[in-house]
Write a protein that binds this ligand. Structure first.
Ligand SMILES: [Zn+2]
Length: 470
């Protein structure tokens, strides 16, 4: 199995540390607001990675964190804590805000059929682990204190700091107009521990060797990924915007202590634009899954839409584009419902191999998670199957294929329901009417079935197949 490894900027074969178990760490949400469509592109794509690993017979230990403290409004460690700020605005405690959005996040994961990670870990449950890691960094001389502010990481002490993101630190330093924090030694330095403000008690704060405060954003991912997956693990994932700061800082923190690489593979999901614009708070274009569902598109359609773009490409989201995704899902479901209506075995024997088809889609996904290619291939297959007569003897292989598609892509083709006996009887009645050339009465039944969302297609061989209408 191959993925694009940001570490070496090329597609590489995955060779796990442990033969059959792959450790994966995914940077999760900061739980201060609804996650928007851009976030969900990222998490669905990570789910595809996990599913493809599983299809390759790996057991996956998937750890995802929840940032419920320490993410400041500015990535330069300035400004307010996003969760505390929201809490004051809504007259609730930071704990309540974090709990509310964590639950919403997990519920939405389920809605989009994203597998549950083996562990979902919260920053606030791992304060001691984070403090211990900062103590180690302090002992090794990587930290300094800014009075009244916090404990900072001195990036000039970590010689490979610029390596991961190909940063040009000299240019960064020379080009800076003003230092947001004049006490920082280097522009790229970042907070490991922030002190609580003197004039105000925070909802979330802890004792530490340096004083009461809270951890910086980056230290949680170093502390928790290493705690659950080891000093070096297989795959670290996140959004592409994590590369120059968050992931660069994670590597600086972890490798400074362990002298080992944090992960062997880094997989990043590219940006998503909404109506051709970057998603931002000021543009209010961060549409949520709930809002899209309110427009009449199911979570299944949204997931299908996400599968239509490759994780390395810049994807465009618009509500209009969802219509095409709904059509594609419909096409696959029309194929899936054929399992309820196999034809009698007839002479024109088909050589169609569902087993080969299943292997082919696993191969396509295993080659750098090419979900758009898989969908294009499946459209072809759906057309062929619809034109072929699916016979009783083909059914077990066909069902295996549907199961493979569902496991790999997270679709729910296998659970498309059958029609009721009452509707089956109506279809039979219509067939009889057609045989007797009473087309007017046959058409009346066809119209009636549409009110039950069932549509009929008369095949050239006089057989009729049904499908659920969109
Ligand atoms: Zn992270």
């Amino acid at each position: 199995m191959k993925i694009y490894n940001t570490l070496h900027r090329k597609i590489e074969e995955i060779k796990p540390i442990n033969d059959r178990i792959v450790g994966v760490y995914t940077c999760g949400p900061t739980v201060y607001d609804h996650s928007h469509i851009g976030h969900w592109f990222n998490y669905v794509r990570m789910d595809l990675l996990i599913r493809t690993l599983q299809a390759n017979k790996y057991k996956v230990d998937w750890v995802m964190n929840i940032t419920d403290v320490g993410h400041l409004t500015s990535d330069a460690d300035e400004g307010d804590d996003k969760i505390e700020q929201k809490a004051r605005k809504e007259h609730r405690s930071a704990w309540e805000i974090a709990e509310f959005y964590t639950k919403e996040f997990i519920d939405t994961m389920e809605l989009l059929n994203i597998q549950k990670p083996s562990k979902i870990v919260k920053a606030t449950d791992h304060i001691t682990d984070q403090i211990n890691l900062i103590v180690k960094l302090e002992k090794l001389g990587y930290t300094y204190k800014i009075d009244g502010d916090g404990i900072y990481y001195d990036t000039s002490k970590f010689k490979d700091y610029s390596k991961f993101a190909y940063l040009d630190l000299d240019q960064q330093e020379a080009g800076k107009r003003f230092m947001p924090n004049p006490f920082k030694k280097n522009l790229a330095d970042f907070a490991l521990w922030k002190f609580s403000p003197k004039d105000r008690k925070r909802d979330m704060e802890w004792e530490s060797p340096w004083g009461i405060g809270f951890p910086g954003w980056h230290i949680e991912c170093s502390a928790m990924s290493m705690k659950y997956l080891g000093d070096t693990f297989d795959i670290h994932t996140g959004g592409i915007d994590h590369i120059p700061v968050h992931h660069t800082n994670e590597i600086a923190q972890s490798t400074a202590v362990t002298k080992k690489p944090l992960a062997h593979y880094w997989l990043h999901s590219n940006h998503v634009t909404v109506n051709n614009q970057k998603i931002s708070k000021s543009l209010h274009n961060g549409i949520t899954i709930e809002e899209i569902v309110e427009k009449g598109y199911s979570p299944e359609v949204i997931r299908m839409h996400i599968l239509e773009s490759h994780y390395q490409s810049q994807s465009k989201f618009s509500l209009d584009a969802l219509y095409a995704s709904a059509r594609r899902l419909y096409e696959l479901k029309s194929m899936a419902v054929l399992k309820y209506q196999p034809q009698n075995k007839i002479n024109d024997h088909t050589t169609f191999s569902f087993k080969e088809t299943a292997n082919e889609i696993i191969n396509l996904m295993s080659n750098n998670l090419e979900s758009p290619k898989v969908l294009a291939f499946l459209s072809e297959i759906a057309n062929q199957v619809l034109a072929t007569k699916l016979t009783e003897d083909m059914l077990p292989y066909f069902n295996d294929l549907i199961q493979t598609i569902d496991l790999l892509l997270g679709t729910k083709l296998g659970s498309v329901p059958d029609i009721s006996t009452e509707i089956k009887e109506l279809i039979q009645k219509r067939e009889l009417l057609r045989k007797n050339k009473d087309y007017r009465s046959a058409d009346l039944i066809r119209d009636k079935l549409l009110t039950y969302q069932v549509e009929l297609k008369d095949l050239p061989n006089n057989n009729t197949i049904w499908n659920w209408a969109i």
